[in-house]
Design a binder for this molecule. Sequence first.
Ligand code: PLP
Length: 368
Amino acid sequence: MKVGFYGHVRQYHNLKSELDAAIQEVLESGEYVLGPALARFERELAAFHKMKHAVGVNSGTDALWLTFLALGIGPGDEVITTANTFFATAEAIWFTGAKAVFVDIEPDTCNIDPGLIERAVTSRTKAIVPVHLYGQMADMPAVSEIAKRLGLHVVEDCAQAIDARGDGFAAGNLSDAVCVSFIIQKNLGTFGDGGAVVTDREDVASRIRALRNHGSLKRSNHSMGYNSRLDDLHAAVLGVKLGKVPGWSERRREIAGMYTAGLKGTAFRLPFEKPGYRHVYHLYVIETPKRDEFLKYLNDAGIDAKVHYPIAIHKQEGYPWGEAADLNVRLPLTERSAAGVISLPMYPELEQSEIDYVIAACRDWKGV
Ligand SMILES: *Cc1c(COP(=O)(O)O)cnc(C)c1O
C-alpha cells in the first residue's frame, strides 16, 4: 500500500464543485487584486477568530515580517523565539534587521519554554514570538505575563495551528497579533501561497494594510511599503474552506487518537497533549533515536513520512552568525528533537485502511 503525506488533491476532489464555482465567480468578476473576495474572506477570518481585523498577505512569512515592521521592530532590536520551528519564523525577524534570540523548548510539547524567556531579555528586546508547533498552542498565559510585565510585544506564529485552543484561551487573546499561513499543506491551505495577520489592534491592521500595498491606503499616495497581497482567487478558495476547518480539526484529532492508541506500548515517544488544550495536529510527530533508519523503513513500506525539522535554525548553514544571532547559543532539547522527530501522514482525508497500515508498519519495526 502507498500512503501519501498530503491530502490536498483528495480535498480538492471532495470540494470540487464548490471550489470551481468560487474560482469561476472571481474570474468572471474581473476583480483579482484587493477585490471583494478578499474583503469578504478577511471579514470571515476575523469573525472565525472573534477578532476585529484580518489582513490578507502573500504568505505566512510576510504575515510575520509585516507584523514586526508594523510594531516598529528593526535594526538594533532583539526578538525572542524558538529555533525548533520552520526557518521562516527567524527569517522574518532577520528581514527587519533585528536579531533573533533563541531559547530552548519544553521537553514535552516542544514549544518555547516560557521559563527560559526572562533571562534572555535585554534592554534591546522588543518582542516574543511563540510558535504553536505541530498544531498545539504554546503556553501563552506564561508568555503574556512576562511580556506585560516587561513591556514587550507578543506575535503568535500560528502557521500550523489555526483553530487550536489553549486551556481557556485562543489565538489572539494574549498577543498583539496572530500570523497564519495558507500555503497548501497547512490545515487551511489555498492552491499556492497565502497568509494573514489577525489582530484586535486597529493601528497594526492599518499599518499592515499599507505595508502590503506599497505603503498606500489612498490611491497614488505612498509611504515605504512592499507588494504582499493575498490574491482574490486565493481568498475565494479559502472562503470555501474556512467553514470546514473545525470539522477537519476534529478529524485530525480523531486520527491522532487512533495513532496514539495504536502506538501505545512501543518505544516511540508519542505526541504530548497538554491538559485542556485542543491540539489540531497539523503534524503528528513521534520520536525515536534511530530516526533516519526508521524513515527509510517507512518509505520502503510505501509510507511517505517526513521530518519537521531535521536541522534546527541555529544549526542552519544560512544562519547569520554574529550580529543577527547568538554565536554561543546552546539548545540541547531543540537539538535532541531535531535528531529524533518524524512526522507520520496526517490529514482529514486519510482512510481507515491507511491509518491501520501506518500503525501496523510502525509496530512491526524491529529497529527499536
Ligand atoms: C509554514 C510556516 C511559516 C511560513 O509560512 P509560509 O506561508 O510558507 O510563508 C512560518 N512559520 C511556521 C511555523 C510555519 O509552519
